[in-house]
Design a protein around this ligand. Structure first.
Ligand code: SF4
Ligand code: SF4
Length: 134
C-alpha cells in the first residue's frame, strides 16, 4: 500500500513538471556541447599534409589538391565514425567537429561530400573521388 502511495505521489508530481522527452523534429533538438557530429573543414588553414587521412581509422576523409596551395576535403559520412581523430591530428586546426547530426540521405551517394565551413548541408552535392572508392 505504501508503494501505491509513492507511485501516486510520483504521478501527481509529473503532472506539473516539464516533460523529459523532446518533440524533435518539431522542436529543435538539444545537443550537448561534447557531441561529435559532422566535420567542418577550413580550407584556408589546410597545408595538405594529409595527416588527417593517415590517422583516420575508417578511411573516411580524403584531402585533394585543387589548386596552388588550395585543398578540398572529401568526407564519406557513411564511413566516418565521428571519432575526431582527424581533428586531433591536424596541425593547423583546419578540421573541427560540429554538432550537426542531421545527416540522413535517401541515397548513399549523397553521403560522400565536399566539406567546407562555408557550405551549408543543403548546398552540398555528392562528389566523384576515384582515390577514395572502397
Ligand atoms: S591534417 Fe589538417 S592541414 Fe593536414 S591535410 Fe588534413 S586538414 Fe589539411
Ligand atoms: S572523425 Fe574519425 S572517422 Fe571521421 S574522418 Fe575524422 S578520423 Fe576519420
Amino acid at each position: 500500500m505504501k508503494k501505491v502511495g509513492l507511485i501516486l505521489s510520483e504521478a501527481f508530481n509529473m503532472l506539473f513538471s516539464k516533460p523529459v522527452t523532446e518533440q524533435y523534429p518539431f522542436e529543435k533538438a538539444h545537443i550537448e556541447k561534447s557531441f561529435r557530429g559532422k566535420l567542418v573543414f577550413f580550407p584556408e588553414k589546410c597545408i595538405g599534409c594529409k595527416l588527417c587521412m593517415k590517422d583516420c581509422p575508417a578511411n573516411a576523409i580524403c584531402i585533394n589538391k585543387i589548386g596552388e596551395k588550395k585543398f578540398e576535403a572529401i568526407l564519406s559520412m557513411d564511413h566516418c565514425v565521428y571519432c575526431a581523430q582527424c581533428v586531433d591530428s591536424c596541425p593547423k586546426k583546419a578540421l573541427e567537429i560540429s554538432p550537426n547530426f542531421e545527416l540522413a540521405a535517401i541515397d548513399r551517394k549523397y553521403l560522400k561530400v565536399s566539406i567546407d565551413e562555408k557550405k551549408v548541408l543543403i548546398d552540398e552535392k555528392p562528389v566523384q573521388n576515384d582515390k577514395q572508392e572502397n
